[in-house]
Design a protein around this ligand. Structure first.
Ligand SMILES: [Zn+2]
Length: 167
């Protein structure tokens, strides 16, 4: 049975680490992605990267749940090999609960990745999937969406965080 994992949240220093390449495509990888999906659905997210549950491996799961349809996608060792255009979207993150901000991203991307069997795949993504993939791949490189906003907005974020997390 899949289990809900503990989410690591800002400003946990683990979220700034660079995740390691996956080389072991055994059964444990599948069960970890099952747990990641369960954790993501439980928290009403549309994407989750392994470092968000404290595992520094290059694993991303996404399910945009558009039209209430579940299409679970798994990306092992994803890499953006082409990107063009630009777009903006108000993003949120399970590691920065309660905060939303507009982030500028590439509009269309081509991503190379491996599936659960270790087979190499390529996907062309646009729209919400492209945005979500960029957000999640950033996590693998220790980057949060609040690192991708302007200096001014970062100031707002820090104030917001202080106000909401002062003990
Ligand atoms: Zn995130």
């Amino acid at each position: 049975m899949a289990k809900v994992l503990k989410l690591f949240t800002y400003p946990d220093p683990l979220l700034k680490e660079i995740s390691k390449e996956v080389t072991d495509f055994s059964k444990e990888l599948k069960s970890l992605t099952d747990d990641m999906f369960k954790t993501m659905y439980e928290n009403s997210g549309i994407g989750l990267a392994a470092p968000q549950v404290g595992i520094l491996k290059r694993i991303v799961v996404i399910d945009l749940q558009e039209d209430d349809k579940k299409v679970p996608l798994i990306f092992i060792n994803p890499q953006i090999i082409e990107a063009c255009g630009s777009t903006t979207f108000e993003e949120g993150c399970l590691s920065v609960p309660g905060y939303h901000e507009v982030v500028k991203r590439k509009k269309d991307i081509t991503v190379k990745f491996q599936d659960l069997e270790g087979k190499e795949q390529v996907i062309n993504a646009t729209g919400l999937l492209a945005i979500c993939l960029q957000h999640e791949i950033d996590h693998l490189n220790g980057i949060l969406f609040v690192d991708q906003i302007s200096q001014l907005k970062k100031g707002f974020f820090k104030k917001w965080f202080k106000k909401n997390h002062s003990e």
